[in-house]
Ligand binder design. Sequence first.
Ligand SMILES: [Cu+2]
Length: 413
Amino acid sequence: MGAPQLDTRPPVADMATPETFSRPTQPTQPMQPTQQAPSTKHATHEPMVDTSRELRPTAQQALANWWNHKLPPTARMLLTQLGVAVAVVLVVLPLASSLGWFGLHTAAPSSASPASQMTMGMTTNPPSPNAPAHPLYNPQAPAAAQGDIVNVHLTTKETLVSIAPGIAYQAWTFNGTVPGPVIRVRQGQTVHFTLTNGDSAMSHSIDFHAAQTAWNINYQPVAPGASLTFDWVANYPGAFLYHCGTPPVMEHMANGMYGAIIVDPANGWATPAQEYVLVQSEFYTQRAANGTYTLDSAKMMNSAPDYVTFNGYANQYSQQPLTVQKGQRVRLFVINAGPTHFSAFHVIGAIFSDSYVDGNPANHMQGNQTLTIPPGGGVVAELTMPEAGEYPFLTHSFMDASMGASGLIKATP
Ligand SMILES: [Cu+2]
């Protein structure tokens, strides 16, 4: 095949703004029913101090006196219970809800999207004026290239992308999207690769995790306007990351310079399946003067992202689910671009019948519930849903899921 093609389907309408949850406001402190009456020891043992306080009790003291001596015990008990009930409603329930004690795994009405359940931690960044429409990142794995030699051409490009509803980010990209295009080759093929730096101001480079080639020769910075070409052989099958390796690497990656490359086993995969590609990554944002967002290096160094996404946009597959027929095998190529957070990849309501660390069939595991994917790692995860319905996928690191790293697989009857 030639250069990997971007998804050219017409843009899908931008998804509705997921419901955001404001943090519970501090409730008014309920009355303190256990307030004790003022001690009389004060007046007894320290008569030289100002006794006017005893002569003219404060409102609090008067209330305490009324509570302890004037109010019938039955009324005290009722008011105490009322106070506890108010405290539960105002404090305990919102706190428990915010901590997720009620559980995301509990049955939800089918109309409630996982996005609305999992966006509690999402930042409240104000929207950017004129944020670009978000074309759904096509999650379907492309067909593998044919022939012994595959030409792959990537061009770096700085561009504005949306990473969440209304949030425009000044991204650094391969071919204009975050992630860059999915590349798919077959074990044994030679990849004839060219990187062109389409930017005007800074160098970029390439690092294929699927390749075996000298870093100081082929992974070196490519100057603005220049190109670098080299060949490499796809010796190992798997689900791999590619990324820019120009220092500071974390900055180039946090700005969007990564993508997935699939290397099919020489003899193909054992079973036919519906195939999807998911690239998890973090975004660390600060608002620029024009209302768009750019990288916040301090947040990046503190590992405190504002968004964690699959394929570059928070919760995008909650409204546009991955689909499969019930009983049909799904093969997920899941890559974690990081740059820092591990992924605990999980599908609610499903078990991975077969999974392969880094996507290599030799690394076969069975019956997994949650798969650890390190930054810079990948996995091929296969699953089958015997029942029609919705199956949310997410990272079980729930802080990250709450910031956008979740979506839906819909099994049709
Ligand atoms: Cu770069």
